[in-house]
Design a protein around this ligand. Structure first.
Ligand code: BES
Ligand code: MN
Ligand code: ZN
Length: 486
C-alpha cells in the first residue's frame, strides 16, 4: 500500500480527486465545518434510514451529487476517540477494499485525536485491510486493487500528519513481518528460518546479526534452553541483532522474544484439539523481529538489541522428562516438573544472556500462559514490570499504539509454589495465578536490570474463522522503544 498526506481543508472535500472519498464521522451529530456537499449526502442518507451516526455504520454512495470522487464512503464512529476512529476507518475500508477502487482519500471529521495519531492509524488500518496470508495458499486471491491511500489534512496539520504516517508505515511493516512469520506453518517457520529472516533484516538495514547454533549455546551454558530443544530434530537458533542509532556509550533497550516454533507440550503432551495453533508459539519472537524492522526503518537515535531464543518443544526418546533437573546459564538449577512450561525455560537463559549488554531496560515478550488468556482474553496483553515508571511507560506505549496492555502483580507471595526439593526452583506452581507464577519464575533471572514482561498468549493470534497472527504487540513495542530516543 502506497500512503501519502494530501492537503485538503475539511470544508472542501467535495473536490478531492480519488477513486473513493472516505469520510470518517466522529460523534453523534454531523460535525461542524464538514464540506457542505458531503454534509448534504450524510443528512439525506440519515433521512432515508440508510445511515446513522453510530459505531459500525458504513455506506457507499456512487456518483453522489456535488462530489468529484465517483464513490463517497461514509463511516460513522459514534464516539470521538482514536479507537473509535480506527474501527470506523476499518469499516470504511471494508466497503471498498475488494472492489474497483485503486485509490482512496480519507478524511476524519469531528475527532478529539490529533492528526499525528490519526495518520499513524490510517497507515495501520490501510495495511491491515489489504493483508492476506498467501505463502502456502496458491488459491488465495491476488492482491486487492486498492493500492493508494491518501490522508486529507488541513495545512496547519501537515507536519504532525507526516510524522504520524511515517511511524504508522514503519509499524505496519513490522506488523506485516510479524504476521508473515507467525502465520507460516511450523514446517516453514523453523528456528533456522527465523534466523534467516533476521539476517535478511541485518543486510537491508545494516544491523549486526549473530545466529548461534547448538554448539555455541552449549558453550554459553544455556542448560535450560538446551533441555527444551533436545527433544526435537529441528536445530535450535539463538538470534541476536543490534540496531545502533546512538553512541556506543548509550545503554540499549533489549527486547527478548519467545520463539517456540511449535509447542506440542513435550513429554507433558498437550491435548490434540487446536494444537495446530501452537505454531503461533513464536509470536513473541515474531513481534520483536517486527519491532526491529519498524525501528530500523525509522532510524531513531537510540540503541536496540533484539534477542530470540528459538526451538521446537517435542516429545521423543531424547526429550527432557518431568522431574529432570537442569542448570541454567545463571547457575540456578531448575526442576522441570512440566515440560509444557517450556517458554520460561528458554527465556530464562536469554534473560541471563541479556546482562552482557548492560541494558537500560529489558522487556521479554512471550505467548507464555493459557492462564493469561483466561485472565485478560484477547483485548489486553498481560504486563509485568519491576518498577512503576517502566509499567507506566509500557502502558502509555500500548495506549498510544491502540495495542493495550494491563499491569499484573509481582508480589513475592506468588512465588511460593515454585519451591522445589530437588533444585533452586521448579518450573511450575499450582494452577492458580498461572500467568503471574510464570512471571515470578522469569523475575529470578532478571534481577540485574530494569525488567518488563509481556504475556501475549491472548493477543498474538486469533482462533476460529479469523485464525491468524495479529502482529501484536509490535505497535506497543515500537512506541516503547521510540520513547527512549534522544
Ligand atoms: N505456549 C503455551 C501457552 C499457551 C497456551 C498460549 C494456550 C496460548 C494458548 C505454554 O508453553 C504453555 O503450554 N503453558 C502452560 C503452562 C503450564 C504447564 C504451567 C499453560 O499455560 O497451560
Ligand atoms: Mn507449552
Ligand atoms: Zn509454549
Amino acid at each position: 500500500m502506497d500512503f501519502k498526506i494530501q492537503t485538503a481543508e475539511l470544508d472542501s472535500l467535495a473536490g478531492v480527486g480519488a477513486d473513493a472519498l472516505i469520510v470518517i464521522l466522529g460523534g453523534e451529530a454531523v460535525p461542524k465545518g464538514l464540506d457542505a456537499a458531503v454534509a448534504k449526502q450524510v443528512q439525506a442518507a440519515i433521512k432515508l434510514g440508510d445511515f446513522a451516526l453510530k459505531a459500525g455504520q458504513a455506506l457507499t454512495l456512487t456518483q453522489a451529487e456535488g462530489i468529484k470522487a465517483p464513490r463517497l464512503v461514509l463511516a460513522a464512529s459514534g464516539k470521538t476517540t482514536l479507537v473509535a476512529a480506527r474501527s470506523a476507518l476499518a469499516a470504511g475500508l471494508a466497503q471498498i477494499k475488494s472492489r474497483g477502487a485503486a485509490s482512496a482519500a480519507v478524511a476524519f471529521v469531528g475527532f478529539e485525536a490529533g492528526a499525528e495519531s490519526l495518520a499513524e492509524q490510517t497507515a495501520l488500518a490501510g495495511a491491515d485491510a489489504v493483508y492476506l496470508y498467501r505463502h502456502t495458499k496458491p488459491s488465495a486471491p491476488a492482491a486487492p486493487k486498492l493500492a493508494k491511500l491518501a490522508l486529507l489534512v488541513g495545512k496547519s496539520e501537515q507536519k504532525a500528519a507526516k510524522a504520524g504516517l511515517a511511524r504508522g508505515e514503519a509499524i505496519a511493516s513490522g506488523i506485516e513481518l510479524a504476521r508473515e512469520c507467525a502465520n507460516r506453518p511450523a514446517n516453514y517457520a523453523t528456528p533456522t528460518y527465523l534466523g534467516q529472516v533476521v539476517q535478511g533484516l541485518g543486510k537491508t538495514h545494516g544491523l549486526k546479526v549473530e545466529v548461534l547454533d547448538r554448539k555455541a549455546v552449549e558453550k554459553l551454558g544455556m542448560g535450560s534452553f538446551l533441555a527444551v530443544a533436545q527433544g526435537s530434530d529441528e536445530p535450535l537458533r539463538f538470534i541476536v541483532a543490534r540496531y545502533e542509532g546512538a553512541a556506543k556509550t548509550v545503554a540499549p533497550v533489549v527486547l527478548v522474544g519467545k520463539g517456540i516454533t511449535f509447542d506440542t507440550g513435550g513429554i507433558s503432551l498437550k491435548p490434540g484439539a487446536e494444537m495446530d495453533e501452537m505454531k503461533f508459539d513464536m509470536g513473541g519472537a515474531a513481534s520483536v523481529i517486527g519491532t526491529l524492522r519498524a525501528v530500523a526503518e525509522l532510524r531513531p537515535k537510540l540503541n536496540l538489541v533484539m534477542i530470540v531464543a528459538a526451538c521446537e518443544n517435542m516429545p521423543s526418546g531424547h526429550a527432557v522428562k518431568p522431574g529432570d533437573v537442569v542448570t541454567s546459564m545463571s547457575g540456578q538449577t531448575i526442576e522441570i516438573l512440566n515440560t509444557d512450561a517450556e517458554g520460561r525455560l528458554i527465556l530464562c537463559d536469554a534473560l541471563t544472556y541479556a546482562e552482557r549488554f548492560k541494558p537500560a531496560v529489558v522487556v521479554d515478550v512471550a505467548t507464555l500462559t493459557g492462564a493469561c488468556v483466561i485472565a485478560l482474553g484477547g483485548v489486553r496483553s498481560g504486563m509485568y514490570a519491576s518498577d512503576d515508571e517502566l509499567a507506566a511507560s509500557l502502558t502509555a506505549a500500548g495506549d498510544a499504539a491502540l495495542d493495550p496492555c494491563w499491569r499484573m502483580p509481582l508480589d513475592d507471595d506468588y512465588a511460593e509454589g515454585l519451591k522445589s526439593n530437588f533444585a533452586d526452583v521448579a518450573n511450575i506452581a499450582g494452577r492458580a495465578g498461572g500467568s503471574i507464577t510464570a512471571a515470578k519464575f522469569l523475575q529470578r533471572f532478571a534481577s540485574k536490570y530494569r525488567w518488563g514482561h509481556l504475556d501475549i498468549a491472548g493477543t498474538a493470534w486469533k482462533g476460529g474463522a479469523a485464525k491468524g497472527a495479529t502482529g501484536r504487540p509490535v505497535g506497543l513495542l515500537t512506541h516503547f522503544v521510540l520513547s527512549h530516543a534522544k
